[in-house]
Write a protein of this length. Structure first.
Length: 92
């Protein structure tokens, strides 16, 4: 997205979005993590759809329980949305 600033504006937007292609669809997004907090968003402009997710705890798998893994859960949700949900919304 282009930077927007000027005399009449008191805010601006940085140039820190990523363009990705997932399953043949174009997305604009950004992600990040710090101190156990993880979040990201993806926007699909052509269908005017998006998703945002945030975790306030980072769990990691261990020998006793491989299911408690925040990053794995995050990837599974992302893959499910990209494969099953985003494609059902028509391009506008």
């Amino acid at each position: 997205m282009p930077e927007q600033s000027g005399q009449n504006r008191k805010d601006s937007i940085g140039l820190t979005f990523f363009l990705e292609e997932n399953y043949g669809m174009r997305f604009i997004g950004h992600s990040g993590s710090q101190n156990g907090f993880m979040s990201h968003f993806y926007i699909r402009p052509e269908s005017r759809t998006a998703y945002l997710i945030a975790f306030n705890t980072t769990a990691t798998a261990n020998e006793k329980d491989q299911t408690r893994d925040t990053r794995r859960l995050d990837r599974e949700i992302k893959d499910y949305l990209f494969q099953k949900i985003f494609m059902i919304f028509p391009v506008k």
